[in-house]
Design a protein around this ligand. Structure first.
Ligand SMILES: Cc1cc2nc3c(=O)[nH]c(=O)nc-3n(C[C@H](O)[C@H](O)[C@H](O)COP(=O)(O)OP(=O)(O)OC[C@H]3O[C@@H](n4cnc5c(N)ncnc54)[C@H](O)[C@@H]3O)c2cc1C
Ligand code: SF4
Ligand code: SF4
Length: 496
């Protein structure tokens, strides 16, 4: 197996999927030729088509029908949620997924007897947007909550200088605590009164500074904003930070993750899709959205087959949308808007340790580090996610340069400063970068791109819609996706 390093964006999926330990990564994947059996599994796990097989690929030709009422490009959580709702409403739906697994950046891959996320840590539990959407489509998911495991807080706070606090309140002296509460309550009232415009114009950092000059508070707000969105509090509008804080407080002690990891959500959605008569085809990249007279008429798969469809939903991100529709079929202003969206590049170091790194809460916020802003331990909620005796961690960090191995070194230095036993107790780790053509998100939660300013599901091409993370909503990353899905569904009347 050969690998085109130039197109590698560092996601690490190939390392996770390879059954023979024949791949490694320091931000750029590399084949270890002596281990490679030419099984070709990595070919179908790579979002960027980096692999050049030495042996012919096994013929694989799923058999979709020639037409569906709704074709959905991509089986991310957004594509699947829309697919389930529309199939249940009586539409003939098919979802086409390029990779060998459904779920995009919201699922897990089994690796070394553990469950490793492709991006998302978790939703906030049954009270989250995702939790409520799943309940509405009849999915009864089993969660493990803070209450279930006897923990009191969603997150603790730890500084690289060794200071550790059980909660944000525990860290703050009384005046700063009052100031923070006042900031949140004032912001909440403004959001409720729909006078949020001013909160869209001021950064979370500047907004908090109006209430308090406590350096630790500002550093903690920065880490929380970055953990939720990959963006610093300097570029996140205050309204978005307040919404994220309110969502976290709504989840409260019910903060939870699905038993079995976030892939339990994806498995449940795929089952619900099929039960409602919908179809999912993996390893089925879509090469074109067919358009006639400004109206979507279907899709063309990469192998040339055409699928007629009355409606086409695109879940593959704004840039790929331009490619698939063709800029000639889109108004110049719309293309410009999509091209100008500011995305988020970020990374995670996922791994397993023999001793837990922390035990007080599932998340440790890590202000004032060089890179790492928050670390999640999924096994604190569901120990079955790894084999006995190992504890999983997922350290999230924004990236600030194109030198991924240098960014990784800084994150590793943070981990050593935060957890002095880190090196000694580390069993394995995989760095996962979300950059280039496979970024954290293509329109981050920054000025001009939050809430109602995000993309509308309706596109200029008739009967062609966007669904997924870049579409309308406010709040924690993936958890805002159902907000956009709900808006999309308003354009589809239930069938008799
Ligand atoms: C490191 C990281 C941590 C995160 N943590 C959290 C978290 O804790 N909580 C949270 O709520 N969110 C989190 N998120 C965000 C969350 O992962 C995303 O918002 C969410 O997964 C996006 O879902 P989506 O439906 O937009 O589709 P994606 O996950 O982007 O999936 C799109 C799918 O479309 C497919 N596709 C693309 N083009 C084509 C084509 N031409 N043909 C066929 N298929 C195609 C892709 O292969 C992919 O499967 C995190 C993200 C990252 C990167
Ligand atoms: S072809 Fe198979 S063994 Fe070789 S690197 Fe890819 S997944 Fe690993
Ligand atoms: S983009 Fe991801 S899957 Fe593809 S080669 Fe690079 S690390 Fe592997």
């Amino acid at each position: 197996m050969r690998l085109n390093k130039r197109t590698c964006t560092g996601c690490g999926y190939c390392v996770l999927i390879c059954p023979y330990d024949a791949l490694k990564t320091d931000g750029w994947a590399e084949v270890i030729p002596e281990n490679c059996t030419d099984c070709n599994l990595c070919v179908y796990a790579c979002p960027n088509d980096c692999f050049i097989p030495d042996t012919p690929l096994k013929p694989y030709r799923p058999r979709p029908a020639n037409d569906y009422e709704v074709s959905i490009i991509g089986s991310g959580i957004g594509g699947l949620m829309a697919g389930v709702a529309l199939a249940q409403a009586g539409y003939r739906v098919a979802v086409f997924e390029k990779l060998s697994f459904p779920g995009g950046r919201y699922t897990e891959i089994s690796y070394k007897d553990a469950v490793v996320t492709t991006g998302a840590w978790t939703n906030l539990g049954p009270k989250s947007h995702i939790g409520r959407f799943l309940a509405e489509v009849g999915i009864d998911l089993e969660y493990v909550s803070l209450n279930d495991v006897g923990l009191a807080e969603q997150y603790t706070i730890q500084f690289p200088d060794g200071r550790r606090y059980d909660s944000l309140f525990d860290m703050l002296a009384s005046p700063a605590r009052k100031a923070w509460l006042k900031a949140i309550l004032t912001g909440k009232r403004q959001l409720e009164q729909a006078t949020s415009t001013s909160l869209d114009m001021i950064s979370a950092a500047d907004y908090i500074a109006e209430f308090s000059d406590d350096d630790d508070l500002r550093a903690a707000v920065d880490a929380i904003a970055a953990t939720a969105s990959g963006l610093s509090s300097q570029v996140m509008p205050a309204g978005e930070y307040i919404q994220i804080t309110l969502d976290g407080r709504t989840a409260g002690q019910d903060f939870a993750m699905p038993v079995g990891g976030v892939r339990s959500i994806i498995k449940a959605l795929v089952t619900a899709l099929r039960q409602a008569g919908g179809a999912l085809f993996v390893r089925s990249p879509v090469a074109e959205i067919c358009v006639e007279d400004n109206q979507a008429t279907g899709i063309r798969l990469a192998d040339g087959r055409q699928i007629h469809s009355r409606f086409v939903l695109h879940n593959g991100g704004p840039r790929a949308f331009i490619q698939l529709v063709g800029s000639q079929n889109l108004p110049v202003d719309y293309v410009r808007r999509l091209v100008q969206l500011k995305g988020v590049e970020c990374a995670a170091l996922f791994g397993a340790t023999r001793e837990p790194l922390f035990t007080q809460a599932p998340i440790t916020m890590t202000p004032q580090c060089q890179r790492v802003v928050g670390v999640f331990s999924p096994t604190l909620l569901d120990p079955t996610l790894s084999k006995a005796g190992l504890h999983l961690f997922d350290a999230f960090f924004p990236t600030y340069s194109d030198d991924r191995s240098a960014e990784l070194d800084l994150a590793l230095a943070d981990m050593r400063a935060l957890f002095p036993h880190f090196e000694a107790t580390l069993e394995w780790s995989v760095p996962m970068f979300f950059t280039g053509m496979w970024p954290g998100t293509e329109s981050g939660q920054t000025f001009g791109q939050t809430g109602q300013n995000r993309l509308d599901p309706v596109t200029p091409v008739e009967n062609c819609f966007l669904v997924g993370m870049d579409v309308k909503g406010s709040g924690v990353a993936g958890d805002l996706i159902p907000v956009g899905v709900r808006q999309l569904l308003q354009h589809f009347a239930p069938k008799q």
